[in-house]
Ligand binder design. Structure first.
Ligand code: 5AD
Ligand code: SF4
Length: 464
């Protein structure tokens, strides 16, 4: 794990003197979206306001993703653009601080300063509560790399978001309950960038959820790299898993919908499956990546389960919640993957029938065991397999959407639509729903009939 700190940061920052603007650009997963919001909240306490235009920002903060090579390359090309903006701003007599946060910051640390000298600050995901202090150091003319794992709990040191800020973000919210991963899948950088599994306490999570509910949030998505590995001591003094936590969060007044992501098949325990059976607020949509349908490849990936275990698990989940829609992640072209292995993946997809899924070509990541494996698959073969898999997954996605036409369901009204009288809501399966001539309030949950489907949305009419 990188552990570089050019400057030792003091524990307290000096008071802000003026209002500054920050532009935050988020790459990657929902956990980064949540982190970006928390960073913006902690900067707001220092007098920063957010801007949508980097050209007039005093601080440009990139919250980066390292999961695949393309994701980190995106960051480096963006840094080239921000360097030019910075030069222009400096020529006009202003300043612009460029900060890199997130998983590339953690993985590459000082290397980022070498490749992009216009960067002033590199800060990892475990230390972003120290951002105000780091910025103070930058103002004093230093370049700062802050990627040491913090001994203190960052959540204890982050200011709570202001209520107006939460309201502006809407009626759905993310809430990180767990970070890091101990699974060490051989393709994945997460255990190295986000560190080992840490669960936030029940008290902290419940307090944050209550605060969000008071500010008008109706739908909470609990986040974690391995969210169903979450555990903690419950209010009854017993050890809780995610299932028990969901029962507790379901009691919070105002919270009408709960979701969680991303789960590992090995951590779907009995209590969590029972929560899907018992809690109507727990939405019938589950992202449960399997990565491959071949036992040989699953073993090489260190997934510690077989395809058959996954099928049995899906059966138990569907017994508990028959309307459950499933989503997954797939990697094609993992080292050693033969045509036969790939056909096993296609068979698994046909058998499970996904409502939605993400699929990727294997991308060797430095420092992971997979990168050193032999028998890397040809790019052209990876391309062909990905195309075939994505065609099958799209077919399933459209079939799922079509199957909803004519059915009735609940929709959470989220925001005004593009046209007068139109609103956009969210179905239990995450798909956006467009409602015409609607006068309901943002945050209302209304009964609708689905009348047609778009590419990635549904069109519905309200039932009176
Ligand atoms: N190459 C391709 N895809 C990857 N993922 C993680 N690491 C890699 C990699 N090295 C995919 C997995 C994971 C999702 C978040 O990204 O499918 O579930
Ligand atoms: Fe990565 Fe595997 Fe952990 Fe998921 S479970 S974060 S894929 S190591």
């Amino acid at each position: 794990m990188s552990d570089i700190s050019i400057t030792k940061l003091p524990e307290t920052a000096t008071e802000p003197t003026d209002t500054r603007k920050v532009f935050v650009k988020t790459y990657g997963c929902q956990m980064n979206v949540y982190d970006s919001q928390r960073m913006a909240d902690s900067l707001a306490a220092e007098g920063y306001v957010t801007t949508d235009t980097p050209e007039d920002a005093d601080l440009v903060l990139l919250n980066t993703c390292h999961i695949r090579e393309r994701a980190s390359e995106k960051m480096y090309s963006a840094l080239g653009r921000y360097r030019k903006m910075k030069e222009k701003r400096v020529a006009e007599g202003h300043n612009m601080t460029i900060g890199v946060a997130g998983c590339v910051a953690q993985a590459e640390g000082q290397e980022i300063l070498r490749r992009s000298p216009s960067v002033d600050l590199v800060i990892g995901p475990q230390t972003y509560h120290r951002l105000p202090n780091a910025l103070q150091q930058v103002r004093e003319g230093k370049q700062v790399v802050e990627t040491e794992y913090a001994l203190e709990d960052k959540f204890e040191h982050l200011p709570s978001p202001k209520r107006e800020q939460v309201r502006k973000r809407g009626v759905t919210s993310f809430l990180t309950v767990q970070e890091g991963c101990d699974k060490f899948c051989t393709f994945c950088v997460v255990p190295y960038t986000r560190g080992s599994e840490v669960s936030r306490s029940v008290a902290q999570i419940v307090a944050e959820a209550e605060e969000l509910a008071t500010a008008g949030v109706r739908e909470l998505t609990l986040l974690g790299q391995n969210v169903n590995a979450w555990h903690g001591v419950g209010s009854d003094g017993r050890e809780w898993g995610l299932g028990e936590l969901l029962y507790r969060l379901a009691e919070i007044p105002g919270i009408a919908r709960l979701r969680y992501t991303t789960s590992h098949p090995r951590d779907m325990d009995e209590a969590l499956i029972a929560a899907h059976r018992d809690l109507s607020v727990l939405m019938p949509y589950l992202h449960l990546p399997v990565q491959s349908g071949s036992d040989r490849i699953l073993k090489a990936m260190n997934r510690k389960h077989k395809a058959e275990d996954y099928f049995r698990l899906i059966e138990r989940i569907r017994t508990a919640r028959p309307d459950m829609a499933l989503s997954g992640d797939f990697i094609v072209g993992f080292p050693g993957e033969t045509d036969e292995d790939f056909e096993d993946t296609m068979r698994l997809v046909r058998e499970v029938n996904y409502a939605q899924a993400y699929s990727f070509k294997y991308s060797p990541r430095p420092g992971t065991p997979g990168a050193d494996f032999k028998d890397h698959v040809d790019e052209a073969v990876k391309d062909e397999r990905l195309q075939r898999l994505q065609a099958l997954l799209s077919e399933q996605q459209y079939a799922f959407q079509d199957s909803l036409v004519g059915t009735t369901t609940d929709v959470l009204i989220e925001k005004p639509g593009r046209f007068e009288g139109q609103v956009v809501g969210r179905s239990p399966w995450l798909l956006p729903v467009i409602l015409e001539n609607n006068t309901d309030q943002i945050g209302d949950i209304v009964k609708v009939k689905i009348i047609s489907t778009g590419t990635n949305s549904l069109v519905a009419e309200k039932l009176s």
